[in-house]
Design a protein around this ligand. Structure first.
Ligand SMILES: *Cc1c(COP(=O)(O)O)cnc(C)c1O
Length: 421
């Protein structure tokens, strides 16, 4: 029995029926390079349960039509599925209304929408947008583009050696020039869980709005936008066990009402003439063109699926996986975790002495273990730690202590091949 199995047997791991959950995810049965797949790249995208795969297939088999325009029965059915998904998403985020749920292609498009539409009406020369050093490029570059259009400035919020936001430095930056603060809920590169309630309270006291990039949070727990106190919240469906090409922007209703549309086209208008066009109400004002109907159906199915799972127990299970990984990895010479956040999602980001991250990744892949290597779309953060990149193992609720054992064995092998001797 491995040490990790002993931990499990001793009952220190919280009770969570991981085998039952795994049975819902057919891809976990794949063989990769002759070994059963160990999927530890959940921060890049999560796998999809049968409930989501079947909902999408059934939608195309039985209900496919365009939404919001047909007089025919099938169009009604498609529209009902599409809008039901919006209601479910509103419930998932504890939004006061489904009018505040804007469909996008993902987190990236959601941030761009706000940077473009809100930025155009609210930013002027000399204004500042604060973004943390922990941000993903998709929560940096849209702000740089918006700032450049008006002569505003993007200013980074420092992070500590532990890879946590430096709250004193944040306070020092909050002055009347700051119009918006953009931070992620969970860092995709390190796993840091940021104190969003606290950040919102401080930003609001200084008169700034807060946009939260929630891409990494939704896969681990249900989010309550009202409790967080944020002004905008963005996430991608594909990190919530649902399809790619689908995402959500949540915003405070008054802010969304006041914003001019992002893209123009069908769906988002009320009347069009060459004398002038009037826009549709929320949420359709921001949804130009035929939307990703099947994507919404898949997202709704993922939220339904998760409602049947004890997400607190799932999060506890992921915590136990991370703890076991950190313990075992600390005994491998030359392996160094990057950052040491007090609150962390199930992400282990590390480097190995004498071994390039991509070599570790390839060696693990030969053993059927999928991890991510590189800068994780967070080049400023990598430069903060003076690294070209890291190896990142990221857990989801369907990972097991066996997966951890396989990862650790793989790292020991890498270490014996390339490591210090
Ligand atoms: C994945 C991710 C994004 C980008 O999401 P897309 O689905 O590529 O739009 C942004 N921020 C964080 C923290 C992420 O993990």
């Amino acid at each position: 029995m491995s040490t990790l199995k002993a931990v499990e047997a001793a009952g220190t791991a919280p009770s969570f029926d991981v085998e039952r959950v795994r049975a819902d995810f057919p891809i976990l049965g794949e063989m990769i390079n002759g070994q059963p797949l160990v999927y530890l790249d959940n921060a890049a995208t999560t796998q999809k349960p049968n409930a989501v795969i079947d909902a999408i297939a059934n939608y195309y088999r039985h209900d496919n039509a365009n939404v919001h325009r047909g007089v025919h029965t099938l169009s009604d059915r498609a529209t009902r599925h599409f809008e039901d998904a919006r209601e479910k998403t509103a419930g998932f985020l504890n939004s006061p209304s489904s009018r505040q749920i804007i469909w996008t292609r993902g987190t990236t498009e959601a941030v761009n929408l706000v940077a473009h539409s809100w930025g155009a009406d609210n930013l002027k020369a000399g204004d500042r947008i604060l973004v943390s050093w922990l941000e993903h490029h998709s929560d940096i570059v849209p702000w740089q583009l918006a700032a450049a259009r008006v002569g505003a400035e993007v200013v980074p919020i420092p992070v500590t050696e532990e890879a946590e936001i430096d709250m004193d430095a944040f306070d020092a930056l909050l002055d009347e020039r700051v119009k918006l603060v953009a931070v992620n809920h969970v860092s995709n590169a390190i796993g840091t869980i940021n104190p969003i309630e606290n950040i919102c309270a401080r930003a609001h006291a200084a008169g700034a709005l807060v946009l939260v990039d929630g891409a990494q949070a939704v896969g681990h727990w249900d989010v309550d936008v009202q409790a967080l106190g944020c002004d905008f919240y963005c996430f991608s469906a594909h990190k919530l066990f649902a399809p790619t090409g689908m995402g959500v922007l949540w915003g405070r209703e008054a802010l969304l009402e006041a914003m001019t549309p992002f893209l123009g086209g069908g769906e988002m208008i009320e009347t069009v003439s060459f004398a002038g066009t009037t826009f549709n109400g929320l949420p359709f004002k921001f949804e130009a063109g035929t939307p990703n109907i099947a994507g919404a159906v898949g997202l709704g199915a993922a939220i339904d699926y998760l409602s049947l799972i004890d997400r607190d127990a799932a999060a506890g299970h992921e915590d136990a996986l991370l703890t076991a990984t950190l313990e075992a990895a600390s005994e491998i010479p030359g392996v160094r975790r990057i950052g040491a956040p007090k609150r962390s999602a199930g992400i282990f980001s590390f480097v190995m002495d004498g071994c390039h991250p991509s070599d570790v990744g390839m060696l693990l892949d030969e053993q059927g273990i999928a991890v991510r290597t590189g800068h994780h779309c967070a080049q400023p953060l990598m430069s903060r730690f003076e690294l070209p990149g890291t190896v990142r193992a990221s857990f989801s609720m369907y990972n097991t202590l066996d997966d951890v054992d396989r990862l650790i064995a793989g790292l020991k092998k890498a270490q014996s091949l390339f490591g210090p001797r």
